[in-house]
Design a protein around this ligand. Structure first.
Ligand code: DX5
Ligand code: ZN
Length: 228
């Protein structure tokens, strides 16, 4: 089955004083969804944004897919608020959910696509019993909390493993990768089976976000041609 490679610019590294405009540049460069990192200072050692910011972004960019990555404890408590604020996709960490099956259903019941996220130390096999419920599996290729970290190469095996599980079971969830995605890593990532590429620093960290997005997407698509 041919897979569609998509770029999800992560606004964590964008200019928060001019967020919608900066995000828009990345979309003009070929980004097809915006990745929104929500951190609570407990599950991860950093704090970012809450529902009001998403409400404003949704108004500024009404047709955009907002891919909301919840790095928070007790996600059930805030899923309704993020759905109301305009989230399109919502993903929760396996490690933060005691009742993961219930939480994934809750996301879908609020009209959003449900995703599940794995930290670098969490095996793909922990998702065996929920893979048929999710729209996407997000593989963390850094320890979550900050942009601009070094890509953890062990995560490539996890992407391959998930792609194998999907194939064996005839499922259709998408495989997303988050952390350290850049010109130097994107080829291996795509060849390992990931198709939704989150990138923050590589797009917003320097230079022109539109041009950076275009180059990264071109490199990713070129790598699909050399994929086994
Ligand atoms: C990290 C976040 C990422 C972050 C990735 O915890 O989940 O989405 O923005 O940033 P880069 O692409 O800079 O590694
Ligand atoms: Zn993220």
């Amino acid at each position: 089955m041919p897979r569609v490679i998509e770029l999800a610019p992560s606004i964590l590294s964008a200019n928060f004083a001019d967020l919608a405009a900066h995000a828009k540049q990345a979309l003009e460069g070929g980004g097809t969804l915006l990745h929104v990192d929500i951190m609570d200072g407990h599950f991860v050692p950093n704090l970012t944004i809450g529902p009001p910011v998403l409400t404003s972004l949704r108004k500024a960019l009404p047709d955009t897919i907002f891919d909301c990555h919840l790095m928070i404890e007790n996600p059930d408590q805030l899923i309704p608020a993020f759905a109301d604020a305009g989230a399109t996709w919502i993903s929760v960490h396996q490690e933060a959910c005691v009742h993961l099956d219930r939480t994934l259903h809750m996301i879908a019941d609020h009209g959003c696509r449900a995703g599940v996220v794995l930290n670098p130390a969490t095996p793909a096999e922990t998702l065996t019993d929920v893979l048929d419920l999710v729209h996407h599996v997000l593989v963390m290729s850094v320890n979550p909390g900050f942009g601009g970290q070094k890509f953890i190469r062990n995560s490539l095996k996890k992407m391959q493993r998930l792609a194998g599980m999907r194939e064996e079971r005839g499922l259709d969830f998408r495989i997303e990768v988050d952390g350290g995605v850049g010109m130097d890593t994107v080829g291996d990532i795509v060849r390992a089976g990931a198709e939704l590429l989150v990138a923050g620093n590589a797009i917003f960290g320097h230079g022109d976000a539109k041009e950076n997005a275009r180059q990264l997407l071109d490199a990713a698509r070129a790598a699909t041609l050399s994929r086994a």
